[in-house]
Design a protein around this ligand. Sequence first.
Ligand SMILES: [Zn+2]
Length: 83
Amino acid sequence: MRITCPHCGNRGLEEFTYTQDAERTRPTDGGATPTPEWADYIYLRDNLKGPRKEYWYHSAGCHAWLIVERDVSTHEILSVRLP
Ligand SMILES: [Zn+2]
């Protein structure tokens, strides 16, 4: 798999670090009391197929954060942009 960084161009996967799903919504309750919403946000993950937006970090390159849209079934990269 290769990712085209907007700054560095087309690079191998080994230069990048996956960080997290970019489509999850952080709960609005920022209080100190744990809530079921926070537990779901922190611990539960859906294993969805198809195109997904993900945060990637160009750790061995320009150190840019990227939003990569990738089909997680085929690993095809659909788009790459800066957040
Ligand atoms: Zn880069």
